[in-house]
Design a protein around this ligand. Structure first.
Ligand code: NAP
Ligand code: L37
Length: 281
């Protein structure tokens, strides 16, 4: 079998066209969605993603401000910046690009963001709402993954989804969203003993570990849907956590890297920002 491509880049661009129209409609009501992105330090990957987010906002007509802070910023200063944005009526969404320097508490930063501006969906209140299936901001990467599956009309209900990786930003929430869609979910991680047996049971396999081409054809069930969240730079080239060339002959659907989940992550951020602006009171 040769897998069909889950083309994130294409879906992202279709969604961004629609967003542009939504933003125009809001503008006729004098509402311009605003996103503030805070970048601390000089991490090259984060710089690339933040730049891509700025550009995407610009194309969609979303007002965006990039706030760059040096590595030496104190936690107190960063929290004060967030507090200022919480009260800025031109800002509907606040995103602090992770990772942040070790001397600053990630949890303190996330909890400082007003839940109604938390377009990353990382605030404990929003995580709680996601778990109970209440309407809330969904974390961008997991949200993008589910949107790709839905666009391809892949049935999730009743399927066995195996998630490799349990980070707060990808693995845990993507498993929760698939559970909300009535999948049976298995989480795996670095302490899992029979990892490759478990991945072989997956109807839907989500891989988010950050290990280049970790999952090969032998780890995948014939006909499985394979979503590769990983982004690794190897010899100047981007590769996922899945060995695309071998797995594509066994899977029914597969996401490429680049051009898969990455562009969807950015698009769902824009969607969350527009959603937040719509709820502005
Ligand atoms: P992370 O915070 O580093 O977490 C990695 C997870 O993978 C951890 O749960 C870890 O287990 C698990 N893991 C590591 N090695 C493993 C192994 N050999 N076997 C099984 N599990 C293993 O990473 P992340 O932030 O979730 O990101 C994962 C990947 O996705 C990275 O490549 C990142 O660049 C990419 N990413 C892409 C997007 C996108 O939009 N496409 C967005 C975010 C991240 P423990 O918990 O036991 O340590
Ligand atoms: N929302 N996203 C949010 N909050 C965070 O705190 N760290 C983080 C986060 N992660 C993130 O933005 N990841 C991400 C990863 C990849 C892309 C975008 C965002 C992306 O566009 N990837 C392209 C290739 C980009 C490149 O050339 O490097 C792709 O096609 O996959």
């Amino acid at each position: 079998m040769t897998a069909l491509l889950l083309n994130g880049k294409e879906l992202a661009s279709k969604k961004r066209e629609q967003l542009k129209k939504d933003v125009e409609q809001l503008a006729s009501k004098q509402v311009v969605p605003g996103l503030a992105v805070i970048l601390v330090g000089e991490d090259p990957a984060s710089q690339t993603y933040v730049r891509a987010k700025e550009k995407a906002c610009e194309q969609a007509g979303i007002h965006s401000v990039l706030i760059k802070k040096p590595n030496t910023i104190t936690e107190e200063e960063l929290l004060a910046e967030i507090e200022r944005l919480n009260h800025d009526s031109s800002i509907d969404g606040i995103l602090v690009q992770l990772p942040i320097p070790e001397h600053i508490s990630e949890q303190a930063v996330i909890e400082k963001i007003a839940p109604n501006k938390d377009v990353d969906g990382f605030h404990p209140i929003n995580i709680g709402k996601m778990m109970t299936g209440e309407d809330t901001f969904l974390p961008c990467t997991p949200f993008g993954v589910v949107e790709m599956l839905k666009e391809a009309e892949i049935d999730i209900a009743g399927k066995h989804a195996v998630v490799v990786g349990r980070s707060n930003i990808v693995g845990k929430p993507v498993g929760q969203l698939l559970l909300n869609e009535n999948a049976t979910v298995t989480y795996t991680h670095s302490r899992t003993k029979n990892l490759r047996e478990l991945t072989n049971l997956a109807d839907i396999l989500i891989v988010a570990i950050g290990k280049p081409e970790f999952v090969g054809a032998e780890d995948v069930k014939e006909g499985a849907v394979v979503v590769d969240v990983g982004i690794n730079r190897v010899d100047g080239k981007l590769v996922g956590d899945v060995d695309f060339d071998s797995v594509k002959d066994k899977a029914s659907y597969i996401t490429p890297v680049p051009g898969g989940v990455g562009p969807m992550t950015i698009t769902m951020l824009l969607e969350n920002t527009v959603l937040s602006a719509r709820k502005r009171s």
